[in-house]
Structures are given as C-alpha cells and as structure tokens.
Design a protein around this ligand. Structure first.
Ligand code: GLN
Length: 346
C-alpha cells in the first residue's frame, strides 16, 4: 500500500477528475441498451450521470471513484479475451491465417473484409471477433463458453463474473447484423463451425457483467505481463500479451483508433455499454464506465478521463522519460512503477 498521505493525494486527484467530468455532459451522441439498440440522449435518464473511474497499479493498489459497483455488459471489450484465448489455443500463425492485425478504418460492425488476405481486418471489430470466438476450443458450446468466462475471471481476479441471461437473450433477438456477418463469413470459408453456435457464443461473451473495478483489474493483469496482481496467476504467455496489446493499440477503439493512439497513446478497448479498459504497460490498468457514447460508439467521459490521465501523468507510450509523472514523489515501491518505457510487465 502507498503511504496514507500519498494515497489520500491520489484519491483527491481522482475525486476531482470525477467531479469535473461528471458535470460535463457535452459530446454525447447516443446510448445503447441490449434489445433496444441505440437511443438519443433526450431519451436517457439516470444513465446520463452514471460514471465510474477505477485504477489498479500492477502491485495491486486500487483506487475507485463514482459508480464503481455498478455492473454493465462487457460487449466489445470481451473481444480482447476471445483473441487472447484463440492465441493460446492455436498460436499466432494459425490465428493470423483467420484474422489480421490491420486497422479497418471502418465502424466496428462493418461487413467489410480484408479481401486480399481473405480474412476480417482485425480481432477488435465484430467480424474479427466472430473469427476468434470461432477458434475457441471446447467439446461443446458450454465448455467453450466456460473456458472464456474462466479466462475473464482469472484476468479480473474475480470468480463472480457471470453472463447476464437477459442481456444475452436480448442480444440474440436483435443480432441480425452480426448474424449476416457470420453467414457471409461462412459462405466465404472464413468460418468453419456452426454459425449459430459461434454467434451465440460471441453474444454470450458480450453479456459478461463487470464493474469499472473489474475492468481496471483486467487491464492491470495485461499491464503486468499477464500475471494477475492479486492472485499471481499467469493468464497467458508473455508473447501473447504483446500480441494482444499491439492489436488493442492499433485497433481497440474502432474507427477512432488512430486518433486515440495519437492523443492518448496507450492500448485500450471500448464497448458500447460505455466501458473503456486501458493498459499502461508495467504500471497500471484503468477502467472507466460512463454510458454516453460519441458517434464512434466510444464512451465520451471515458475518452476524456483517459486523455486527461495520460496527459497529466505523461503516460503516452512515446512520451519521454521526463514526462512520466506517474505517482511521482510516492517514493518506495512506487518508484519501480516508473521503469523504462515500453517494458511490459515483468
Ligand atoms: N454486442 C455488441 C455487438 O456485437 C457489441 C458491440 C460493441 O460493443 N461495439 O454488436
């Protein structure tokens, strides 16, 4: 634990950050609810002010502010874990045959593929996630899902994660576009197994419920070289972490990914329920939740908060050493968090 005085200072800064962004409601284009789809801000109620920020350092120190106990579905953030599991199950070469690592520049639900290489552009858009989910091994749908859920629980260090059946049913009822994508992929031999089974598995993984606290913990495991800071559990190979973080860095924020990499400069993944998971390699994980989305489908407050944290602490992967303010003055153990740039975990 940091010294009480340091902890208080970090908590104070986090609280001030939260207050500042809670009061600004600009830039929201829409909200998303499973079954209902997108709806305009005028139709939103309490969800307008729903907002949480969580941080978890790679030594396990945690900080939460706002609605950090509120659960929401992972949605697209689940793509990170499906990709991680596909890599562990098949190795990167085999996975690369089925899904690329190229930003698509298109919306996450685009039905456009990399025609030259005959595969979805990357695992962070829906078509690519259908391909990686398709690759998850298991004797039957139950086993495939329980392997995915188990992996997510190990990343979060939280055995209580579960898929919400109502969210799952609602997603399944309104999956026309994902279904179309999946069938088109099978017609072009980009998908091998039972389309409905893989589609259902994909939507079930989207329905796993988390809090901002869980997101920060999952991000912190990625920041810590895939070793969960709480349990000491290695959740994937070191090489796998590098692959996952690279793809998150270039493709994790949909068609805003380039701008995100430029401005904020850390690997991240967002979901339509308003979550953002951001990874500061070797240092910490950030989880933000606020359901107001911009036109790309990214959380507006989530982007602002990550931009501010990255800017203030000098966390951009290409920031110079001198810009790195992370927990400056914390002394002791926190000094080690300020190791060389780009040193991913241990
Ligand atoms: N369940 C959503 C879908 O597949 C997730 C998309 C997202 O979070 N961007 O359409």
């Amino acid at each position: 634990m940091p010294e009480p005085e340091v902890r208080r200072r970090i908590e104070g800064n986090l609280e001030a950050l939260y207050r500042r962004h809670l009061d600004s409601e600009g830039g929201v284009d829409r909200f998303y609810e499973s079954g209902r789809g997108y709806y305009p801000p005028e139709e939103a109620h309490d969800e307008r002010r729903r907002f949480a920020i969580s941080l978890e350092a790679t030594d396990g120190d945690r900080f939460d502010v706002g609605d950090s106990e509120v659960r929401f579905p992972l949605h697209s953030i689940s793509k990170v874990f499906a990709y991680a599991l596909a890599l562990e199950d098949h190795g990167r070469d085999r996975v690369l045959e089925r899904v690329g690592v190229e930003p698509s520049g298109d919306a996450f639900n685009s039905i456009v593929f990399d025609e030259r290489r005959h595969r979805p552009h990357n695992p962070m858009v829906n078509a690519g996630a259908l391909a990686t989910t398709d690759l998850v091994k298991g004797a039957d749908p139950e086993e495939r899902f329980s392997r995915l859920l188990d992996l997510m629980r190990r990343y979060a260090g939280n055995d209580d994660l579960y898929a919400d059946e109502d969210v799952y049913e609602a997603e399944l009822r309104t999956a026309d576009r994902n279904r179309a994508t999946a069938y088109l992929m099978r017609s072009q031999a980009m998908m091998n197994s039972d389309v409905e089974e893989t589609l259902a598995l994909y939507l079930r993984q989207c329905s796993v419920m988390v809090t901002s606290h869980d997101l920060a913990a999952m991000a912190s495991t990625l920041a810590h070289g895939a070793v969960c800071p709480h349990t000491g559990d290695r959740v994937m190979s070191r090489r796998g972490v590098r692959d996952v973080l690279s793809v998150m860095y270039t493709c994790g924020m949909y068609d805003f990914a380039g701008e995100w990499a430029y401005q904020i400069g850390v690997p991240a993944k967002s979901g339509v329920s308003g979550g953002i998971l951001a990874v500061i390699p070797g240092k910490m994980g950030i989880g933000v939740y606020s359901p107001g989305l911009d036109e790309y489908g990214n959380s507006v407050r989530g982007i602002h908060v990550c931009a501010e944290i990255s800017e203030h602490l000098g966390l951009h992967v290409f920031a110079t050493e001198g810009e790195d303010e992370l927990m400056r003055g914390a002394g002791g153990r926190h000094e080690q968090l300020r190791g060389p740039r780009l040193r991913g975990g241990r």
